[in-house]
Ligand binder design. Structure first.
Ligand code: SAM
Length: 237
């Protein structure tokens, strides 16, 4: 393996879309390359310009921004592609973590590729990979579901369908529904090993590990504030 080959330097006249991961809590978790791209690009597409404004200020970066979020991504498509046609280099960021992972990004990536533009995805902070590697659960086969539906019947259908899946199941879940998910896991797969990865990279980072049935039985003791990744593995499946 050659560790010294830099990723191709795009020619300046060619429009290019960068996907730039940002920290999921700890501001140190941004790469040198991400900072360089944010400094050198022509425009930052940001899920929330105020939020990204704080990040840029922290790193003393001053750059024009355009909002790009799930409510305007369809409307923005033409504008973004026009800028790429003009040869601009754009950097897409979301509030935290990797664009396109339960966040805006997939749609504009598909459009940019279909229109023949280059897309460069930078590696970096992501709650999915951080939780998975810290969980201690098997990492060879992984199924990522993002957020489950809010509707009980649809959640249950999805969880029932993944009950027989081999490997580690990974969910993002809001603190409002974390107990609901534990109850569902207790009902459907009580013997599964569950890891609750909470507030990753932040001051109150915590991994809670146990059988689904035991975590549900002891749920009154759990701290359910903050952000969670829930990982599930059924031994023997
Ligand atoms: N794109 C992001 C990524 O790369 O992880 C995910 C964005 S999604 C809108 C937000 C969800 O990711 C949260 O509800 C939580 O499930 C998970 N998440 C993000 N940051 C986290 C953290 N610091 N600790 C635990 N979970 C986190």
């Amino acid at each position: 393996m050659n560790h010294s080959t830099p990723s191709p330097d795009p020619s300046p006249q060619c429009g290019l879309l960068y996907l730039v991961p940002t920290p999921i809590g700890n501001l140190e978790d941004i790469t040198l390359r991400a900072l360089r791209v944010l400094k050198e690009c022509d425009l930052i597409l940001a899920e929330d310009t105020r939020h990204t404004g704080h990040l840029l200020k922290h790193f003393e970066i001053s750059k024009p921004m355009l909002s790009y979020h799930k409510f305007n991504e369809a409307a923005r498509e033409g504008q973004v592609l026009d800028r790429l046609k003009d040869g601009k280099q754009l950097a897409l960021v979301t509030d935290a973590g990797t664009p396109g992972i339960s966040d805006p990004g997939q749609r504009i990536v598909a459009e940019a590729l279909a229109s023949g533009f280059q897309v460069q995805s930078l590696p970096g902070a992501c709650a999915l990979t951080t939780a998975l590697s810290g969980s201690g659960l098997p990492t060879d086969t992984v199924h990522f579901f993002g957020f489950l539906d809010r509707k009980s019947a649809r959640r249950r259908r999805k969880l029932t369908a993944c009950r027989d899946m081999d490997g580690t199941l990974v969910f993002y879940e809001s603190p409002h529904r974390i107990l609901k998910l534990l109850e569902e896991l207790n009902d459907l797969m009580p013997d599964a090993d569950v890891v609750l990865a909470r507030e990753l990279t932040k001051k109150f980072e915590q991994y809670v590990r146990g059988k689904a049935a035991d975590l549900w039985a002891g749920h009154a003791q759990l701290r359910i504030k903050g952000e969670f990744v829930v990982l599930v593995h059924q031994p023997g499946v």
